[in-house]
Design a protein around this ligand. Structure first.
Ligand code: NAD
Length: 494
């Protein structure tokens, strides 16, 4: 099969080298545009995870002792290499995931570089404290790396999530065994290769594409892995918590969401329409923070939908490698079918399809495409207003008052991203305060930055990526007591 890229890596990356899986097994990764195979990628099993853990253990003592600034320098170099190889990484990501190339170029690649750069700079600035304790004693804290960290990421933003997970862990001095999603391993493998080029010592990062139920599960169980950081579905998150109990791993979970995006009657309507389309249709709606519940004040609902529905219908679907494409395919056929099944779920509960609801035909019939879909639900308790669809599928709900808006917005088990559109300053801050969510965007949606904490509450998980919070997640505190000139207490003195 001809490879469209000379740089495609399809082996496991263990101890600084690309190697086949011990079992020799591979899995084809498919181009979601037409479901043709791109490459057959090695599939890690338990023996490979053991090898990776052993390599990480060997690398850990020197890596944690390396001057923090030197660890940072490697991450800064990596950020430069990502930019230098940006076009190739963007194409690889679009080919494997279906991200429109314009998004991969303008968002995924720059954000990946920015994340490594931010934490490269952070490495020697994250520090312990001295604590004023009783007379005669000095007490200080050390922020130490956790050890060998397991990281499991999903398929929706493989390149970016590789950086979100690895950058703070490495800056803090941990070694990593990472498992990308089995259907989108290509950009993560290329990043591993660039890491070696940036000077990362062998064994510090090991990249193991493999099945969640095999390699992922074993990473979560592994007795020598001290922490697991996971991004994915809430159901898998629950399994990870159970698997981690054996050695009481530290656990960090970034799970699903059902983001409320609330448009009040005093909003700038044009900005809200455009922002709401971005909130749901960017990356084909495959985002945990997607604004998938579009909540409209009943006074402006009709006017809003008069603009929003034609906008949704006008979005250009197409081959992700085409610069004109605004929405690509979903990342797998299985996922496309799952998303489309929610059209029937909506209709069964009296919901009305206002736009889309199917797959496009013609040139795109072989791919995993779904039309931008807008559904009006009768109640916020309907399944399409409660369950994460994870596609270009937005559920419209209306409300009459701020109180009702809050009841609907906080009326799911999730609590991840959320947004609101209003010109009223007091209302904006009040709603931001009362939303049960890890992130709130006011008159905007879906902003992320390496310095700003990212994560959820409730069934959306716990722990935070990005910023100082991420460094806390990847370190543990040691308290050191020094007797400077204190009297020995008079107990048991002979
Ligand atoms: P998923 O849970 O099926 O898979 C995620 C990853 O977990 C994959 O690498 C998979 O191989 C692995 N996995 C599967 N079973 C496992 C097991 N038993 N043990 C260990 N690992 C296992 O999720 P998905 O469908 O790939 O991704 C979509 C989900 O991810 C959505 O629910 C979405 O909301 C969520 N997500 C959350 C965030 C966030 O930051 N909160 C970001 C992106 C996506």
């Amino acid at each position: 099969m001809p490879m469209p890229f000379s740089s495609i890596r399809h082996q496991l990356f263990i101890d600084g080298r690309f190697v086949d899986a011990e079992s020799g097994e591979t899995l084809a990764t498919l181009n979601p545009h037409d479901n043709t195979p791109i490459a057959h990628v090695a599939l890690a099993g338990k023996a490979d995870v053991d090898k990776a853990v052993a390599a990480a253990k060997r690398a850990f003592p020197a890596w944690r002792r390396m001057a923090a600034a030197d660890r940072g320098r490697i991450l800064l170099k990596l950020a430069d290499l990502i930019e230098a190889n940006g076009e190739e990484l963007a194409r690889l990501e679009s080919l494997d995931t279906g991200h429109p190339i314009r998004d991969s170029r303008r968002l995924d690649v720059p954000r990946t570089a920015a994340c490594f750069r931010y934490f490269g700079g952070m490495a020697d600035k994250f520090q312990g404290e001295t604590i004023p304790v009783e007379e005669g004693f000095l007490n200080y804290t050390l922020r130490e790396p956790v050890g060998i960290v397991g990281q499991v990421v999903p398929w929706n933003f493989p390149l970016m999530f590789t950086s979100w997970k690895m950058a703070p862990a490495l800056a803090a001095g941990n070694c990593i065994v990472m498992k990308p999603a089995e259907i989108t391993p290509l950009s993560s493998l290329r990043i591993a290769e660039l890491m070696a080029e940036a000077g990362l010592p062998p064994g510090v990062v090991n990249m193991l594409p493999g099945l969640g139920s095999v390699a992922g599960q074993y990473i979560a169980e592994h007795p020598e892995i001290a922490k697991i950081a996971f991004t994915g579905s809430t159901a898998t998150g629950r399994r990870i918590v159970q698997a981690s109990a054996g050695n009481l791993k530290k656990v960090q979970l970034e799970l699903g969401g059902k983001g409320p995006n609330i448009v009040f009657e005093d909003a700038n309507l044009q900005a809200a329409v455009n922002g709401s389309a971005w909130a749901i249709f960017h990356n084909q709606g495959q985002a945990c923070i997607a604004g998938s519940r579009l909540m409209l004040h009943e006074k402006i609902a009709d006017a809003f939908l008069e603009q929003f529905i034609p906008l949704a219908r006008s979005i250009r679907l197409g081959n992700p490698l085409d610069e004109q494409t605004e929405m690509g395919p979903l990342t797998s056929a299985q996922h496309r079918d799952r998303v489309l099944s929610y059209v029937e779920v909506a209709q069964a509960q009296g919901g009305e399809v206002l736009a889309g609801g199917g797959s496009p035909g013609g040139d795109l019939a072989q791919g995993c495409y779904v039309q931008p879909t807008v559904v009006h639900a009768r109640s916020y308790q309907d399944r399409v207003a409660q369950e994460e669809v994870f596609g270009p599928f937005v559920t419209v709900l209306t409300f009459k008052s701020d109180e009702e808006a809050m009841q609907i917005a906080n009326g799911t088990d999730y609590g991840l991203g959320s947004g609101l559109w209003t010109r009223d300053l007091q209302r904006a801050h009040k709603v931001a305060r009362d939303l049960h969510a890890g992130m709130v965007w006011i008159n905007s949606y879906k902003r992320v930055n390496p310095g700003s904490p990212f994560g959820g509450v409730g069934q959306s998980g716990y722990g935070r990526e990005m910023g100082f919070d991420a460094m806390r997640e990847y370190t543990q505190v040691k308290s050191v007591w020094v007797n400077v000139d204190a009297q020995i207490p008079p107990h048991f003195v002979r």
